[in-house]
Design a protein around this ligand. Structure first.
Ligand SMILES: Nc1ncnc2c1ncn2[C@@H]1O[C@H](COP(=O)(O)OP(=O)(O)OP(=O)(O)O)[C@@H](O)[C@H]1O
Ligand SMILES: [Mg+2]
Length: 271
C-alpha cells in the first residue's frame, strides 16, 4: 500500500513544489516507486519544475471524471525508473471535491504501473488554507511542512501545523528550506534549534539555499543533474532516507566549513 505524503505550508513561495519535485526524484533514485501529484489547481507548475511541460496530455480531473484511466494520465519519467507524474487540471474552473479526490488517491494506491505498486504518492499542495487542506488531509498519511528560517515562515509553520491538527493529520514533520548556514551561524536569523523549538514539529531535514538548484529548476531539471558534491543534492538524498525511517545526521554528505561549524555547535540530528 502506498504512503501518501503531503508537502504543504500556509506560506506561498517557500519551496513546496521544489521539495515535492526533488524529494520524488531522490526517492526514485533510491529505487522506490514514486508518483508526484500536482494538486495546486490554480498555480500548477510541478510539470514545469519536473520537466514534463509537453508530456502531460491528461490530468487528474480527467481520471476523476472517468475520461481516462490512470494508466493514460500518468507521465512516466525518462530519467529514472519508477518515477511518475500526474498533472493538475489545466482548466482553473475544474471543481475537484474531497470525495472525488479521495476516490482518485484510493485508486492510485492500488494502481500498479509497470506491474509494480507505488511506494510513495507525493502531493504538491498550494499555499495551505482550510479548503485545500480539507481536500488533501483526509488522504495523507503524513505531512511535510516546508519552512524557511525567516520569522514569518516560522510563524506560518506553526499555523500550518495547527491546521493539519484540526484536519487530523497526526504525523507532521518540518523541512527547513533555503537554509543559509552563514546567517544561521551569525544568528542574524533563527538558528536550527530555535526553529524546531518554536514550531514544535519534529525536524525531517534541511535543504540549503542553492543557486544551481534554482537555475536547473528553471529548465525542468532536478537533483539528478546536480554534481555529487552539491549540498542541495545531498540534502534531498538525506531527506529521502529520513522519510523511509533511516536515522542519519542532518548534514550527512554536506561540504563546506559552515556546516562543520553548525555540527560542532550542537547535534540536531536526533531531534
Ligand atoms: N533551496 C532552494 N534554493 C534556491 N532556490 C530555491 C530553493 N527552494 C526553492 N527555491 C526557489 O524559490 C522559488 C519558489 O519555489 P517553489 O515554487 O517551490 O515554492 P512554492 O512554495 O511551491 O510556491 P507556491 O506557493 O507559489 O506554490 C522558485 O524560484 C525556486 O526555484
Ligand atoms: Mg508550488
Amino acid at each position: 500500500m502506498s504512503e501518501t505524503v503531503l508537502v504543504t505550508s500556509c506560506k506561498g513561495g517557500i519551496g513546496k513544489s521544489t521539495v515535492a519535485a526533488n524529494l520524488s526524484m531522490a526517492l526514485a533514485m533510491a529505487g522506490h516507486s514514486v508518483l508526484a501529484v500536482d494538486c495546486d489547481f490554480r498555480m500548477r507548475c510541478l510539470d514545469l519544475i519536473m520537466g514534463y511541460e509537453n508530456n502531460a496530455v491528461f490530468n487528474l480531473y480527467d481520471v476523476i471524471e472517468g475520461r481516462c484511466t490512470p494508466e493514460r494520465a500518468l507521465v512516466k519519467d525518462e530519467r529514472v525508473r519508477s518515477l511518475y507524474f500526474l498533472a493538475a487540471p489545466s482548466d482553473r474552473h475544474a471543481s475537484v471535491d474531497a470525495e472525488g479526490f479521495a476516490r482518485l488517491i484510493g485508486e492510485l494506491r492500488e494502481y500498479k504501473p509497470d506491474g509494480r505498486g507505488i511506494d510513495y504518492i507525493i502531493i504538491d499542495a498550494p499555499a495551505a488554507d482550510d479548503e485545500s487542506i480539507a481536500l488533501s488531509a483526509p488522504v495523507s498519511d503524513q505531512a511535510i511542512i516546508v519552512c524557511s528560517h525567516m520569522p514569518s515562515a516560522i510563524r506560518a509553520a506553526t499555523f500550518t501545523s495547527e491546521l493539519l491538527d484540526e484536519f487530523g493529520v497526526k504525523k507532521q514533520r518540518l523541512l527547513i528550506n533555503s537554509f543559509d548556514a552563514k546567517s544561521a551561524l551569525m544568528s542574524s536569523r533563527a538558528g536550527i534549534i530555535e526553529m524546531i523549538d518554536s514550531s514544535k514539529t519534529k525536524l525531517l531535514g534541511i535543504v540549503p539555499y542553492d543557486r544551481e538548484l534554482m537555475i536547473h529548476q528553471e529548465n525542468g531539471e532536478l537533483i539528478d543533474r546536480l554534481s555529487s558534491k552539491n549540498n542541495a543534492k545531498a540534502a534531498f538524498v538525506n531527506l529521502a532516507k529520513r522519510l523511509i525511517g533511516r536515522q542519519i545526521p542532518l548534514f550527512e554528505g554536506f561540504s563546506g566549513k559552515d556546516y562543520k561549524k553548525i555540527l560542532s555547535a550542537g547535534d540536531t540530528s536526533g531531534k
